[in-house]
Design a protein around this ligand. Structure first.
Ligand code: URA
Length: 238
């Protein structure tokens, strides 16, 4: 098995993150630092990450968290802000977030120690719909709605078509659902800014068919086996 895949299977992080760790020289095999990708790991090899042995882990856990505003989704924060892991009481498994949500975004966040699933779910080729509830100032114009639906240019590249459904609208604010399947950095905020409506609040309400339902803000729960199977199927579809 390739080293990056092995590390991901051990629950160190997503496969992409593991590749970065290897290139940063944080990984050793049989006492020797390996900082190139593609090295094969054989049975009996001793692999360490940051000096600590890592082992294949089949003891996977999958959680859904209702993330409050004011938490980062990185595992460590250079500004010492609270991270979503501070909300997870399970200290036995080293889980980490699947993808990211901004500090000021709330809502559905998946966490797991299954690096392979994280890798596949966050890979751009798998189109997993993510639905956000967005609040903006003023009444969203028809032009802005159309642009958000058909695509706006971010970093010189058009966004894919999105679904938009207005939930509430008056002179002061508009609340709408925007469903996208890409995961570009701060995508919803930047899309709304691009059409002249900076976001006031942003909440992710679903990932595929998984929804928050009555999960309280700041709480998390284990996914059911059906939900896990569903995510695995989604992550394998093209
Ligand atoms: N889009 C954003 O702008 N922020 C998020 O946190 C998620 C999607």
């Amino acid at each position: 098995m390739r080293l990056q895949k092995y590390l991901a299977s051990c629950g160190v992080a997503s496969r992409r993150k593991c590749e970065a760790y290897i290139l940063e020289g944080k990984v050793a095999v049989n006492g020797q630092v390996i900082d190139v990708l593609g090295t094969q790991v054989e049975e009996g090899d001793e692999v360490t990450f940051c000096g600590k042995p890592v082992k294949l882990q089949e003891d996977y856990v999958y959680y859904m968290l209702n993330k409050p505003v004011g938490y980062v989704t990185t595992v460590q924060d250079e500004k010492q802000r609270q991270t979503v892991l501070d909300l997870i009481k399970d200290k036995e498994h080293r889980v980490y977030p699947v993808g990211r949500l901004d500090y000021l975004t709330s809502g559905l966040l998946l966490l797991t120690n299954d690096g392979e699933l994280t890798y596949s779910l966050t890979h751009p080729k798998h189109h997993v719909d993510k639905c956000y509830e967005v609040k903006v100032k003023g009444t969203l114009s028809e032009e802005a709605k159309k642009a958000l639906q058909t695509g706006v240019v971010l970093d010189g590249q058009m966004t894919y078509p999105a679904k938009l459904k207005v939930l509430q609208q008056n002179k002061q604010t508009t609340v709408f659902e925007l469903t996208i399947h890409e995961g570009r950095n701060r995508q919803v905020r930047r899309m709304c800014e691009a059409v002249g409506y900076p976001v006031l609040t942003l909440k992710r309400v679903s990932v595929g068919k998984l929804t928050l339902k009555d999960l309280k803000l700041g709480s998390y729960r284990a996914l059911t086996q059906d939900e896990v199977n569903y995510l695995k199927r989604m992550s394998q579809s093209k």
